[in-house]
Design a protein around this ligand. Structure first.
Ligand code: DON
Length: 620
């Protein structure tokens, strides 16, 4: 295995809002041999390669795929057989180990998902939930697996309102009551049983090994553990699991062992889904609830349901977009925005020019206005998905955009799409040698979820209940508002923005991507796709380019560093609002952390987002 390793220090602000800042990295080059496979490992990425990986990988230029594009700013690692892009190097390696043993993309994704629960406890999880998009080109099939948390049966609409009728954010975000019924274990096992080829015991072996023998704490995890200390300190079991026995945060490189988690994984390996949702682990979850105001019961756990859904689909400039349907808002709004934007010549406007950002923001504004009104769990609320993703509807929205002046969000309301006339999250992508692909985004919601761990079972509980609309019009932690469609109801799934996405070309996976970042996820995925499909960037350039975000309300455009101040001034002249500090300086934020793979001309090109400290591509 060949590894490129970043050595710089990371500074990171509040990861619950997806904020991660990196200083430019330096890389050292080391060679390893791992199980006879040649594996190219890339830890993070930046403009400062000391070793340039191969490849050109222009978006639509097959002939260029095997040579170096001399004009590329950033080069993706390239491989021929299989690839995993994940937010943690060890977990990505686990996926490739499984591919090397003959496993398919689903086997590798499930193994990576369980490994991340050990190596990346900020977001990798057993106690959370998520979505997995699976493309099986030989069967001409794309499956959207919904293993989102469900509200406990005892949850009520006003669960998070205090006696004064106002939202109690502490309860909604940092209490045992903020935990929905976890879906991850059921979801990963469902994927493996239905679409994988290997046994659960084989798939879980690496995660068990990592939990019991310990991991060397990577830099990003050390930083996150230190930064979120206050969140653990309210819960002795979290302190036991995630603080050094000397009562301090772990340093980078120190060994973190998780024997209780290892035991839980062993029970799952032996008993399958029942090992988590019934028996001793379920007892421990229910006991943890009783330590406070938690609602999850044995019946809730036993009744947890994974749902296979039809992915949402759209066409963009000849490519087929497949993504996550509700209860994620991600896929439908991704397609809504692409449909609006397809009517503009974005290439002529120029990447990140004022004209381009103007069109992007107006598309985002309209999609997020629709999100607030129309989106919720489709098992409880009639979501007009086909209307939202229809080209006619998008055309109407596009015609309402003034290309000279900014719209005002206060004057933009959710449209009436035709009824059916029709800190923390983490994403990983996998492609195997047969072209099967998996895009998986899963989460505890905030970094380390609610901060509460299930005592004796070794894992953290999510705080996903904050993704519901606790009170109409009152924003959640990501500033998102909602109403009736996303009100709390027993057994309902909170609305999500997670957007695991697979772009197909001629029926074959072409781009596999997704991102954390709360409300920003959808616009981050949008820009990754536009960068490749409109601006001919390779996947590494597309991941690295500075991004912007707008979500209708608040009516401000968020920018990353790298968006030109001149461009911002041009847009301010047109009436767009950018957050500025008291000194007048533009306030920047990090937007998302994609982990993507592109497949072109028989080659795989990977991009671990340079915004993540521990992200990696593993391949063979
Ligand atoms: O499902 C959602 O949309 C949120 N719970 C995701 C949270 C998230 O991405 C936080 N990470 N930065």
């Amino acid at each position: 295995m060949i590894m490129l390793k970043r050595r710089s220090a990371t500074s990171e602000s509040d990861m619950t809002r997806g904020d991660t800042r990196l200083s430019p990295g330096r890389y050292a080059f080391r060679a390893y041999a791992v199980r006879g496979l040649l594996v190219l490992m890339l830890v993070g990425a930046s403009s400062a390669w000391t070793v340039a990986p191969v490849s050109a990988q222009r978006a639509d230029d097959p002939a260029a795929a095997s040579i170096i594009a001399r004009d590329a700013l950033f080069h993706p690692p390239v491989a021929k057989n299989g690839m995993v892009a994940a937010e943690d190097r060890t977990a990505a390696e686990v996926g490739v180990e499984i591919l090397g043993k003959g496993g398919n993309a689903v086997d590798a994704a499930v193994a990576t998902g369980f490994a991340l629960a050990v190596t990346h406890p900020q977001a990798g999880n057993l106690g959370g939930g998520g979505f997995m998009l699976i493309a099986l080109p030989a069967r001409n099939k794309v499956i959207a697996l919904d293993y989102r948390e469900m509200a406990p049966a005892a949850a009520t609409r006003d669960l998070f309102l205090g006696p004064d009728g106002e939202v109690d954010n502490d309860k909604a975000r940092y209490s045992r009551a903020s935990a929905g019924v976890p879906g991850t274990v059921a979801g990963l096992i469902h994927a493996l049983d239905t679409y994988g080829t290997m046994s659960l015991a084989e798939i879980l072996a690496p995660a068990i090994r990592l939990a019991e023998d310990g991991i060397q704490v990577p830099r990003g995890l050390a930083f996150a553990l230190a930064g979120n200390r206050v969140r653990f300190e309210k819960d002795p079991s979290s302190v036991k699991y995630f603080m050094h026995p000397e009562g301090r945060p772990y340093d980078t490189g120190e060994t973190l062992k998780q024997p209780d988690l290892g035991r839980t994984l062993r029970v799952i390996a032996a008993e399958g889904r029942r090992g988590f949702y019934e028996g001793k682990v379920a007892d421990a979850i229910v006991a943890e609830m009783r330590e406070g105001d938690g609602l999850i019961t044995h019946e809730d756990l036993k009744g947890y349901r994974v749902v296979e859904r039809e992915p949402v689909r759209g066409n963009y400039r000849g490519f087929e977009i497949t993504s996550m349907p509700p209860p994620s808002s991600g896929g439908a709004h991704l397609i809504e925005m692409l449909n609006i934007l397809e009517g503009f010549d974005l290439k002529a406007a120029g990447h990140n020019s004022a004209d381009y950002i103007h069109r992007l923001v107006e598309a985002m504004r309209r999609a997020y206005a629709d999100r607030a009104k129309h989106m919720g769990d489709p098992d409880f609320w009639k979501v007009p998905v086909s209307g939202l993703t229809s080209e006619n509807y998008a055309e109407g929205l596009r015609n309402g955009i003034n290309l000279a002046r900014a719209s005002k969000s206060a004057e933009i309301f959710a449209g009436a799409p035709p009824a059916r006339e029709g800190e923390q999250t983490t994403h990983f992508s996998v492609i195997d040698k047969d072209g099967n692909a998996v895009a998986n985004t899963y989460t505890l919601n905030f970094t380390f979820g609610s901060g509460y761990s299930v005592d004796g079972a070794g894992f953290l509980l999510n705080n996903e209940m904050d993704d519901f609309s606790a009170k109409p019009g009152v924003p959640n932690a990501f500033g998102l508002i909602g109403g009736e469609a996303n009100a709390i109801e027993p057994r309902k799934r909170p609305l999500s923005s997670m957007t695991p996405t697979i772009v197909l070309k001629d029926g074959q996976p072409y781009i596999v991507t997704g991102s954390p970042g709360g409300s920003t996820i959808i616009t981050v995925v949008l820009q990754l796709l536009l960068n490749m499909l409109d601006f001919d960037m390779n996947v590494m350039e597309a991941a690295s380019a500075p991004r912007i975000h707008h979500q209708w309300l608040p009516d401000t455009v968020i920018t990353e560093r790298g968006i030109s101040p001149d461009t911002v001034r041009l847009l301010e002249d047109r009436g767009f609002i950018f957050p500025r500090g008291p000194d007048g300086r533009l306030v920047n934020r990090i937007l998302g952390r994609t982990n993507s793979i592109a497949r072109q001309s028989g080659y795989l090109f990977g991009a671990a987002d340079p915004r993540a400290a521990d992200g990696a591509i593993a391949a063979y």
